[in-house]
Design a protein around this ligand. Sequence first.
Ligand SMILES: Nc1nc2c(ncn2[C@@H]2O[C@H](COP(=O)(O)OP(=O)(O)OP(=O)(O)O)[C@@H](O)[C@H]2O)c(=O)[nH]1
Length: 383
Amino acid sequence: MQLEVVGLGGAGCRLADAIRAAEPADHPFLTDVFAFDTDEASLQGTVIPESHRAKYGQGTALEESAGLEGDLEQGFESGQNVVDDLLAVRERSGSTAPDAVLVTVGLGGTTGGPTAPALVAALQRAVDAPVYVLATLPADREFDPDVVAADRGPHAGMTATTESDEPPRPAAASHAIRTLEALEGVASAIMLFDNETWLRPGETVADARNRSNRELATRVAAIFAGGDGESTGAVAQNVIDASDIERILGTESAVVSLGYGEQAVETTSSRFGLGLLPTEREVETSEAVSAVETVVRKGIRGKLSLECDPETAERGLLIVGGPPAWLNRQAIAEGRRTLQSTVGGTGVLGGDAPRSNGETVFAAVVLAGVESGRLEELRALAD
Ligand SMILES: Nc1nc2c(ncn2[C@@H]2O[C@H](COP(=O)(O)OP(=O)(O)OP(=O)(O)O)[C@@H](O)[C@H]2O)c(=O)[nH]1
C-alpha cells in the first residue's frame, strides 16, 4: 500500500526519518514524508528534503518552552492556527494520493502534541483516506523526580546534568493524556509506543531514541510495506492491502499496540571449498515451521509497543514475511489461528510478505482496540 507520513515536532520528525530509513528498497511503500517542527536545528537534522519540511508556529505557545508547564489549551489553539499553512506545504509539494496518512508525534512536548489534533482533523477533511496516528508516550523519568533521583543517588534532583539528560517535563503525563483525548474521534486509529518500556536501566529517552525509533520503524515498515508482488516473481499467497489494514485498525480511534518478532535465517549454502559460488539453500520443512512459530510467538507474546494484555484486543492482524522458501503455509495459517484464539474476536486477518532478498523471517502483529494498564496509570497521574 501507499503511505504518506507526516512528522510533527522533534519526536515525530525523527520517527518520520526512521520510517524512511526502514523502507525496504525492493518494497517501497511511502509516497511522501513530511517533517514539521518549530525547531530549525531539529528539521536540519532530518534527511527529509527541504520541499517536504516546514518550520512553523514562530512566536506562539508551540515554540515557547514555557508551554511545557503552560496552558495546553493555548497550544491546541495555536495548533489550530497553523494547520492551513502546513496543509499548504503538503499541497505545494504535489503530494500523491496515498492509501493512508500516518501522523507521527511524541506526546508530552510543546510542539507536536498540541498541533496533532487540529492537523489530523484537517487531513481527514483534505485526504480521501484514513489518517492514523503513531504516538509515543513519555517515560516516567521525564515527569517523576523520584525516578531520576533513584538513578543518580540521594542528592540528585530533577535537573538536567549531562548532555544526554533532557529538561524535565513535569506536565508530560497530563499533556499526553489530554492530547490523546483530543485525538479521540479525530484519528482513525492511534498506535502507541511507550518510551518507558523501551528504556534500559539508567537510560534517558534521548539515549534510547535511535534504538527505539528503529524498533518502531521496523514494525511500521513490516505492516505497511505488505505483501505486494515482487519484480523477482515471489508472490504473496495472502496479500494484506490498504483496505485490510483499515478493517483492522478501524475508523474509531482505537488504541493500537504493535508486536514484532524476527529470526535470522541462512539463505545460501556456501560451497567455496568445492570452488563453487554460494547457492540457494534447501530449507527443511521442520526448520521453516519452527522459524515461523518462533517469530509468531515473539510477535504476540514478546515486547509490545504499548504493554497490554493481547486478550483485550478487539481485532488483530498477523503478517509473516521473509525469504519465500521459509514461509511455510501451514505454520502461517496456524499462527493466524493462534492470534485468533488470543484475540477472541472474529476480526483477525493474516497475510504473508515474501522478501526474496530477505535474511530474516519476521512476524508483525497489530492488536487493535486494546486496553492498557499503562494508559490507566497515566490517566490517574493526569487527574
Ligand atoms: N521514541 C521517541 N520518543 C521521543 C523522541 N524524542 C522525544 N520523544 C518523546 O516525545 C516527547 C515530546 O518530545 P518532542 O517531540 O521532542 O517535543 P516537541 O513536541 O517537539 O516540543 P518541545 O517541547 O519543544 O521539544 C518527549 O517527552 C519524549 O517522551 C524520539 O526521538 N523517540
